[in-house]
Design a protein around this ligand. Structure first.
Ligand code: AMP
Length: 376
């Protein structure tokens, strides 16, 4: 297949300039398929995971639509809405809009819970073109009279399966009733189970369906290694590998919050700058840690699976499975944090005697045996 270029997708000069600045050379599969349909004003139902380039697949055509059809929705009104399940994801999507839209002169902002409302109310009063929001805070701001959805032209529901998993279905349905009937709607979900199909039916009109899978090729590109190691020796081994191999940007996954804290302390005492994120860390703390990790001030991020689900940091060279995950699919999610968008990456798993069953499950899922480096 001849690769399509961003120019061939019909994107304008301002967006092309930003794309070049980001160093993207060609569109990903989901971008190839979704951008023309979204630009044509169609509703889209896309099955795509993080790592496929899905954010740009909806952000670029939204920016183009708003840029080419200039207008100001007015105070407390917006033209495009993106609903996302978590604060982290909302903040990331907002950053993506800022990056891709840097030459468009549009205003984007994110609102989510866990932080004060007054700054958000103030920003909305001044006017925002594109708003990225978590469901709870969005409804809150609407009931406060700080925002109306009446002028929304395009609405996106991102990671819809996670929104359902997290119990946001009622909130999502409520948000939908507040949107104008005449609008364009895009629904993104990693999986397409029955509930998503039902939601899609009630949300979308005659949608273009797009399915993109990333897991297999990504996993194939990752250099996977396994250490058979006793529970007691895991910490020493981790410190040793990070130090000796001069690893610069790694995520270490821990099955528990307590375990994550412990790993953080051990690395710290070995002089390895690291940050720990899990559900018990406050929002401010998590954001600070993520920023420091992105900037490269921290070499290592220690995370639990929930906290790490939508971390999107470029240039992660190593993923460590300090504990084998209890669900085999989690292994694929974890190691997919490295080798993003064409880069290479290494995944190193530590497996103790009690975890061998979990290792078998993983190997069955990825249909290969992970080469054993050594027994420790
Ligand atoms: P996403 O699936 O939206 O979370 O994106 C995954 C990663 O791919 C992000 O770090 C993007 O910056 C990057 N990315 C998105 N589109 C492209 C592209 N066309 N070429 C290279 N990298 C990309």
């Amino acid at each position: 297949m001849v690769p399509t270029t961003f120019t061939q997708l019909g994107l304008n000069e301002s967006l092309l300039k930003a794309i070049i600045k980001e160093g993207y050379t060609e569109p990903t599969l989901i971008q190839n398929r979704a951008i023309p349909s979204i630009l044509a004003g169609k509703d889209v139902l896309a099955s795509a995971q993080t790592g496929t380039g899905k954010t740009a697949a909806f952000a670029l055509p939204i920016l183009q639509h708003l840029y080419e059809n200039p207008g100001f929705a007015g105070p407390r009104n917006i033209r495009a809405l993106v609903v996302a399940p978590t604060r982290e994801l909302a903040a990331q999507i907002n950053d993506s809009f800022s990056t891709y839209g840097r030459f468009c002169g549009l205003k984007n902002d994110a609102v989510f819970g866990g932080v004060g409302k007054s700054n958000q109310i103030h920003a909305l009063a001044k006017g925002v073109d594109i708003l990225i929001a978590t469901p709870g805070r969005l409804l809150d701001l609407i009931s406060d009279g700080a925002l109306s959805l009446q002028k929304v032209e395009i609405a996106v529901f991102d990671e819809a399966d996670r929104m359902l998993d997290m119990g946001f279905i009622r909130d999502v349905r409520k948000i939908v009733t507040m949107l104008p009937k005449k609008r364009q709607t895009l629904l993104f979900s990693a999986t397409m189970e029955k509930e998503i199909e039902a939601l899609a039916k009630s949300l979308l009109q005659d949608p273009v369906r797009i399915a993109v899978k990333i897991e297999e090729p990504t996993v194939e590109k990752i250099n996977q290694k396994l250490f058979l190691v006793s529970k007691e020796n895991k910490r020493t081994l981790l410190t040793k590998i990070i130090t000796e191999q001069h690893i610069e940007r790694a995520i270490v996954f821990s099955r528990t919050k307590h375990g994550a804290d412990k790993i953080g302390r051990i690395l710290h005492s070995a002089g390895i700058e690291n940050g720990v994120i899990h559900a018990n860390k406050g929002q401010g703390n998590r954001t600070k840690t993520m920023e420091a990790f992105r900037r490269g001030d921290l070499r290592v991020l220690v995370a639990t699976d929930i906290a790490a689900r939508c971390i999107d940091v470029e240039g992660i060279t190593h993923v460590f499975n300090f504990d084998m995950p209890s669900e085999p699919e989690t292994y694929v999610h974890r190691i997919g944090r490295t080798a993003r968008a064409g880069a290479e990456g290494t995944a190193i798993s530590f497996c103790d005697n009690e975890e061998k069953k979990l290792l078998k499950q993983v190997e069955r899922l990825i249909k290969k045996q992970i080469p054993v480096e050594q027994a420790v």
